[in-house]
Design a binder for this molecule. Structure first.
Ligand SMILES: [Zn+2]
Length: 589
């Protein structure tokens, strides 16, 4: 048995990508009609293999029902119609060809011949070197088409190779791969806001996500893994009071609630930027040599959105809106970032959105439920209110530039303490510690170890700032965002860093961007029309499937499966919300 011989390396990926999303039926019917015409008119110019594959795709697609369901049955029937013999593996191949064809408009490159002992031109060192020089000279603007033109018009002519004057784009693409160049998509820079000594510092972090998997440095860092465990314990403590969405149609199974329990609904948040020059998805580059994307004059729209499995996008329908005229219609907020437009998106914007839109809409839609709002672990979301108890904002002595903090309590008897003295000045760390009986002679504001950020949980009284920061009231200080949510009677959780697979809204952005690419001319006015349409194009079943995938990852991590194995299992058991025990036993072998 050698059934994997002709399976291309991207087989699983293409199948997985495509099965996760729903086809636009209008587009699909048009494509099927075009294929029918092609099969009829170009029959003679196609090879037998090509004709059979395209015919199989046609027979398969026409047999799917209006919702794109019934894949197994349709592909099995297509096998029987087109091929002599051929079982489930052939049916699976048809599904792969069809998905590939729908995505790229041509059949996958035949990999069967790749182990043949022919010597390719590109294997010649001199030829490869000439290609490398040309590619480098292009400064990140190489495309397979431009490379093909170079090969045909320059390389083959200069090398005296006259036998074959043209190469296909597929060959050019393969040669680029042989030379170590791969198509890499880029993620734009993320803007973070950090307070340091009470001054707002804006950090622009350029993060790249290579489209080769979810995992990169940081995912398994000890502090991140430790926090992931805390996150999982917390989210699963709420999960038993949440509805579950499973099955082919992602139907709701309500939670079994105790007499004093309220249903909990997970509402996930993220921000995403759509650029008017997003049309170009990425560049051809060597791994690790990804050039910065030139932003040029590309304008952008930022979207801050909230999703739940219960209702998809957090918004009221027409009737709900009419019955609740004081509640905004939808939670989504747009911002056009950049100078001279609306300025930057800050934690204040997000808090305003949560206060005025998100919580009122949620409470209108789900009157007796508790929201569990989930946010990325960004410093923007961790910003404190100006009067919050934050040790890093304090001076040792009274007065000066330190903020006036809110009153607090300390000690076993919850003794009241004001953070300002009689003349309205902030007391400073020394006075606060004296009043708590924690001051020691010779204590400095900071010690060298703390300044050097050398962390040691056993070092608890090295300097005034350390002692104060470990006081229970300071440890319990919540961010401004969390305070707003807790005051409204809801809950809040922050995803672990580097774990974008757990925030399913990332897949929602992906689907919306794919729609935007296909439907936008990327002019500024085009972008303004397309972004809302792109977001609305993702339906609730798809959103629930995205969520199911995130739950599957959480289940795997909770059961101790991480890294590549988790990625494999999350893809393989795509219809499962959690991983069945027999699979777990298999994975743990
Ligand atoms: Zn210290």
């Amino acid at each position: 048995m050698n059934k994997h011989r002709s399976t291309p390396i991207d087989f699983e990926e293409v199948l997985d990508d495509m099965e996760d999303e729903d086809q636009n039926p209008f587009n699909l019917n048009e494509k099927i009609e075009n294929l029918k015409v092609e099969l009829k008119n170009q029959q003679k110019s196609m090879t037998v293999a090509e004709y059979n594959k395209k015919r199989a795709i046609f027979e398969y697609l026409t047999r799917l029902d209006d919702n794109g369901k019934g894949k197994m049955k349709a592909s099995t029937e297509a096998v029987q119609l087109v091929f002599i013999g051929g079982g489930p593996y052939k049916a699976r191949s048809i599904r792969y060809w069809a998905n590939y064809w729908l995505q790229y408009n041509h059949l996958p490159v035949n990999h069967q011949g790749k182990h043949k002992k022919t010597i390719r031109l590109i294997d010649d060192e001199d030829i490869a070197e000439k290609c490398h020089i040309w590619i480098r000279f292009q400064g990140g603007t190489t495309t397979p088409l431009k490379f093909k033109e170079f090969v045909e018009n320059k390389l083959l002519v200069d090398s005296g190779v006259m036998r074959k004057k043209t190469i296909s784009v597929a060959t050019a693409t393969r040669w680029l791969n042989v030379l170590g160049y791969f198509f890499q998509s880029q993620k734009q820079g993320k803007i973070n806001y950090i307070y340091y000594n009470d001054k707002l510092i804006i950090l622009i972090l350029i993060l790249f996500t290579l489209k080769i998997g979810t995992y990169y440095d940081g995912h398994e860092r000890p502090d991140v893994v430790q926090y992931r465990q805390i996150f999982l314990d917390k989210i699963y403590s709420y999960e038993k009071n949440m509805a579950k969405y499973e099955g082919e149609n992602m139907e709701r199974t309500p939670p079994t609630l105790g007499p004093n329990d309220k249903e909990v609904i997970l509402v996930t948040h993220d921000e995403c930027v759509f650029y008017s020059n997003d049309g170009k998805r990425g560049v051809w580059a060597k791994s690790g040599e990804l050039p910065l994307r030139k932003k040029g004059n590309g304008r952008s729209i930022m979207v801050s959105e909230f999703l739940s499995e219960e209702c998809g996008r957090l918004k009221l329908n027409a009737q709900q809106h009419q019955e609740n005229p004081s509640v905004p219609e939808e939670a989504r907020t747009y911002l056009q970032p950049g100078k001279d437009r609306e300025g930057f998106w800050t934690s204040e914007h997000l808090i305003e959105q949560v206060k005025t839109k998100v919580i009122p809409i949620f409470e209108t839609l789900f009157p007796n439920c508790i929201a569990l709002f989930a946010f990325d672990n960004s410093s923007n979301h961790a910003a404190f209110k100006s009067d919050a108890l934050v040790a890093s904002r304090m001076n040792l002595k009274p007065g000066g530039k330190q903020p006036k903090m809110r009153d607090t309590v300390f000690g076993l008897n919850n003794q009241h303490q004001s953070m300002v003295n009689e003349n309205g000045e902030p007391k400073g760390m020394k006075q606060i510690l004296i009043e708590r009986g924690l001051w020691k002679n010779g204590l400095n504001a900071d010690c060298q170890l703390c300044k050097d950020k050398i962390d040691d949980i056993n070092r608890i009284d090295c300097c005034a700032r350390r002692i104060i920061s470990l006081q229970p009231d300071f440890l319990a200080q919540r961010s401004a965002l969390e305070e707003v949510i807790l005051e409204a009677g809801h809950k809040c959780i922050f995803y672990p860093k580097f774990h974008c697979e757990l925030n399913y809204i990332e897949r929602y952005w992906g689907a919306a961007k794919r729609y935007a690419r296909e439907n936008c001319n990327y002019s500024w006015s085009g972008l303004q029309c397309t972004v809302p349409a792109a977001l609305e194009s993702v339906n609730i079943i798809t959103i629930r499937k995205f969520a199911r995938k995130a739950w599957r990852y959480m289940d795997l991590y909770r059961k101790g499966i991480t890294g590549k194995l988790a990625e494999y299992a999350a893809k393989k058991y795509k219809s499962h919300r959690c991983i069945p025990d027999y699979v777990l036993a298999e994975l743990n072998k």
